[in-house]
Design a protein around this ligand. Structure first.
Ligand code: PGA
Length: 247
């Protein structure tokens, strides 16, 4: 059995005091978790959370990375900079970045490459909007998003993690059913299999209103290898229940 990954995506939430109590509560409750646990925190708090998690099994993640290595890119953060703060995972191509920051499939693919070059595992987000689902284009959309990443990263593709996040389920309280999610995860797995003989080791997470109540049935699906958790990762008891469901 593959070890599942439960990654919290704090988005643009938190402050020094709140972060400290949240991380302490997660650490106190996670014990000997059967899954890998990570929190993807806003960049200014990487150092704080790096110190809080030192010597524990809690992994540190970031929410974005520049596709460039260095230079005149005001406001950007490079993969090497993330690496210096002990970052092991970085979310790439979240739908909020695709939507509000106009990140194209090509840019997402370059960011994945930058993360991999620094030894950081990119959590590549793909997902369809409600309109695209209703038009029956879900598979085509996620395959197009993934194809760009595969094309740019070649055989390194087995080193990524993927998060299927239907846009209509993010922060809405509307979750894909386990069957809906599994169907898309299977499409992604098949696409990865065509690109690498190691596709089975790629973790494909589900994200979008995952919570303590629906986590067990989602995580029971054969191709769901974990979760990318937004809102519920900000409340330690909820996040801990999802962690406990991932075995
Ligand atoms: P949510 O967010 O759990 O709040 O729906 C998930 C995500 O956007 O990664």
């Amino acid at each position: 059995m593959k070890r599942k990954l439960i990654a919290g995506n704090w988005k643009m939430n938190g402050n020094a005091a709140a972060n400290e109590s949240l991380v302490r509560a997660v650490l106190a409750g996670m014990g000997d978790a059967a899954c890998t646990v990570a929190v993807c925190v806003p960049a200014p708090y990487l150092a704080q959370v790096q110190a809080l998690r030192a010597g524990t099994a809690l992994e540190l993640g970031a929410q974005d990375v520049s596709e460039h290595a260095q230079g005149a890119y005001t406001g950007e953060v490079s993969a090497d900079m993330l690496r210096e703060f002990g970052v092991r995972y970085v979310i790439v191509g979240h739908s909020e970045r695709r939507q509000y920051h106009a990140e194209s499939d090509a840019v997402v693919a370059e960011k994945v490459k930058a993360a991999l070059a620094a030894g950081i595992t990119p959590i590549v987000c793909v997902g369809e909007t409600l309109a695209q689902r209703e038009e029956g284009r879900t598979s085509a959309i996620v395959k197009r998003q993934m194809a760009a990443v595969i094309h740019t990263n070649g055989h390194c593709i087995s080193e990524i993690a993927v998060a299927y996040e239907p846009v209509w389920a993010i922060g809405t309280g509307r979750t894909a059913t386990p069957e809906q999610a599994q169907e898309v995860h299977a499409v992604l797995r098949a696409q990865l299999k065509a690109a690498t003989e190691h596709a089975d080791r790629v973790l494909i997470l589900y994200g979008g209103s995952m919570n303590a109540a629906n986590a067990v049935s989602l995580l029971a699906q054969p191709d769901i290898d974990g979760g990318l958790i937004g809102g519920a990762s900000l409340k330690a008891p909820d996040f801990l229940q999802i962690i406990a469901a991932a075995r």
